[in-house]
Design a protein around this ligand. Structure first.
Ligand code: SF4
Length: 196
């Protein structure tokens, strides 16, 4: 706990020191922090609601665009594999879609960004290493449609037409990555397919 606390303090100090570089005041307005989203993600499932809280939402009066920022803590930052993880990207892409729906804003007027804060940086590095990494995944129509299809399929798979959870057995989908975080991984009686 102490180590996490100290990492958190170091992250906050780094952000405070460089806040002007990451959050310009010129033309930018803070729309809100923890901005709530509550929306029906599937038109045929009226009892299923998507609830989320957007970490930071900004508005730029020059471009007339919103920017949704999702803050992620990471041990050493995101590598290429993490950036390419579409499941991770879909969270923010769906935020964009649902924010547009909820506040009647065009999707074209919303940018998205992961603001990644690193718990550890290489102290011995011969060049300066930033504690902060920014990453804006592509979020055009193709990506939004893909994310919409993915969440729709999920809803259709797990809920019946009255919005109740279906009582069915799902096939395991083992992978080193999936199983690493799965609470069933060390419980053979729940899953005997874990890849550890
Ligand atoms: S441990 Fe089993 S249930 Fe969990 S992710 Fe792996 S395969 Fe899936």
């Amino acid at each position: 706990m102490r180590e996490f606390y100290e990492d958190g303090v170091a992250i906050l100090e780094a952000i405070k020191k460089k806040r002007g570089a990451y959050f310009s005041k010129r033309g930018w307005y803070l729309v809100g922090c923890e901005v709530p989203l509550l929306i029906h993600p599937h038109p045929d499932y009226k009892t299923v609601l998507y609830k989320g809280f957007l970490d930071v939402v900004l508005y730029n009066e020059n471009t007339k665009k919103f920017k949704i920022i999702d803050i992620k803590t990471s041990t050493k930052g995101w590598n290429d594999m993490t950036k390419k993880d579409e499941t991770k990207q879909m969270q923010l892409i769906l935020y964009k879609k649902f924010f547009a729906q909820q506040f009647s804003v065009s999707e074209d007027d919303i940018d998205i960004e992961f603001f990644i804060v690193k718990r550890k940086i290489w102290e011995e590095s011969p060049y300066p290493v930033s504690r902060i990494q920014e990453f804006s995944p592509a979020s055009g129509k193709v990506k939004i449609n893909k994310a919409t299809k993915s969440i729709s399929e999920f809803i259709e798979t797990v809920f019946d037409d009255r919005g109740k959870l279906k009582d069915k057995k799902y096939d395991p989908n083992p992978s080193k990555f999936n199983c690493m975080f799965c609470p069933f991984a060390n419980k053979k009686e729940l899953c005997d397919k874990a890849l550890l």
